[in-house]
Write a protein that binds this ligand. Structure first.
Ligand SMILES: [Zn+2]
Ligand SMILES: [Zn+2]
Length: 435
């Protein structure tokens, strides 16, 4: 990811902040800062413990127990096993006001850790029948520790909070054994009801400048959808192709024709889109022309209407190409994950908060990112803002850092206090500012 500073944007947003939000901000920030400093050693300890004991998606038993015990010790109302191993903690402030949700995802990846740490993961498991190492290669260990720390900071300030903070610890972000992801499962299980959530904030660590906060208004991360195209031809001898319908050739023509959807048929001046054919399966040997071919696609979009349009064009292209050769085709799209779209007004409103939280490390306006995150499901239920936290070691070059999901992914703990501060300040400022 390349990024540029958002000086202009920041200036515009600062003007928009309300006098009310500014009132007493210095004293409040100082109190948050004091509480962040007090909890930092614990955050680091939790993070190391969770890092050393990663759990695959849908298996977050130990992690969720750790979370629930901590939230209960803080005096929160805690619901466990929400949409799988999800945990929801409710902190009711001393004064009436809105409800703000803070979310952390808890699951790890089937990746064997290659980083040499004293708390390196040595956990082994089975994933889709294959033996795998398990690692927090997407950094969700940091998210859990940061949100546990935030809960401790805010619980200590409970009396002055005008409203309610809902802590949402989510399972199964990376992969869903049930076919329904963790965010959706938690929502179906009422995570955003009783009380209903008015705004939601989430944080993700990235290999970006140490302690920096990274985000952008509007679309940020892409929607991700898979499609499956099954081409039905007619099997024949490889030496007598005229007696059949060659599904391999039709499949190849479909792959080629699909390249025109993004490059020729959609307006990509506003937001880009990606159509990738990542798998093409057909045939068993050289002299048999098979009767079917299967293509598997990954589609990334930033706009819901454009997504639907691209789906229709993929279907039309595949059906048209197949018909030209006398083959038939079936095209199916999975429900996928929506785009992560930061609510523009909420982003504008919270931008000065992010600047105060990031301090000298700064707030960086991100480019669009074609990865996806199921935090987007929460954003469909309430205005939301998703932020990134840079966890590169100080002075290192983000361009050479191992990306999320790499066995070399590394998060520098020194950046974690900025995460706790950002989440705490987002919640406090949102509640103080009212709905
Ligand atoms: Zn990930
Ligand atoms: Zn992640």
């Amino acid at each position: 990811m390349t990024r540029r500073p958002a000086l202009l944007l920041a200036a515009t947003f600062a003007l928009a902040s309300t006098a009310r939000a500014q009132k007493g901000v210095g004293a409040l920030d100082a109190e948050i800062q004091r509480r962040v400093e007090a909890v930092t050693a614990k955050v680091v300890t939790w993070r190391r413990d969770i890092h050393e004991h990663p759990e695959l998606s849908g298996e977050e038993v130990r992690t969720s127990r750790l979370v629930a015990e901590h939230l209960r010790a803080l005096g929160l109302d805690v619901r466990t096993e929400v949409g799988g191993h999800g945990v929801v903690g409710l902190l009711r402030g001393g004064k009436p006001g809105p409800v703000v949700a803070l979310r952390a995802d808890m699951d790890a990846l089937p990746v064997e850790e290659q980083v040499d740490l004293p708390f390196k993961s040595r956990v082994k498991a089975t994933f889709l029948g294959a033996p795998v190492g398990v690692m927090h290669a997407c950094g969700h260990d940091n998210h859990v520790a940061i949100l546990m720390g935030t809960a401790e900071v805010l619980a200590g300030m409970k009396a002055m909070l005008p409203g309610t903070v809902k802590f949402v610890f989510q399972p199964a972000e990376e992969y869903s054994p049930t076919g329904v992801g963790g965010a959706e499962s938690m929502l179906r299980d009422g995570a955003f009801e009783n009380p209903r959530v008015d705004a939601v904030f989430g944080l993700h660590v990235f290999p970006a400048s140490h302690g920096a906060i990274i985000t952008r208004p509007g679309p940020w991360l892409a929607a991700a959808n898979d499609a499956t195209i099954i081409i039905k031809g007619k099997q024949t001898h490889g030496a007598q192709p005229w007696n059949g319908v060659d599904a391999v050739l039709v499949g190849a023509q479909v792959v080629t024709a699909l390249q025109a959807v993004v490059s020729r048929q959609v307006d990509i001046t506003r937001v880009p889109a990606i159509v990738t054919v990542g798998a093409f399966q057909a045939g068993v040997r050289s002299n048999i022309i098979p009767d079917s071919a299967v293509l598997r696609l990954s589609i990334r979009t930033f706009d819901a209407a454009m997504k639907e349009d691209i789906f229709a064009r993929i279907r039309r292209t595949a059906e048209g190409v197949a018909a030209a050769s006398g083959a038939t085709v079936s095209v199916t799209f999975d429900p996928g994950v929506p785009a992560t779209v930061n609510h523009p007004a909420l982003t504008r409103r919270m931008w000065p908060t992010l600047q105060r939280a990031a301090g000298a490390s700064g707030v960086i306006e991100s480019e669009l990112v074609t990865a996806s995150e199921d935090f987007s499901f929460f954003m469909e239920k309430a205005p939301g803002l998703f932020i990134g936290l840079g966890v590169n070691p100080k002075g290192s070059d983000p361009r050479t850092a191992a990306p999320n999901h790499s066995p070399f992914f590394f998060a520098d703990e020194g950046a974690l206090p900025n995460g706790v501060r950002a989440m705490s300040m987002l919640a406090v400022d949102y509640l103080l500012g009212g709905k």
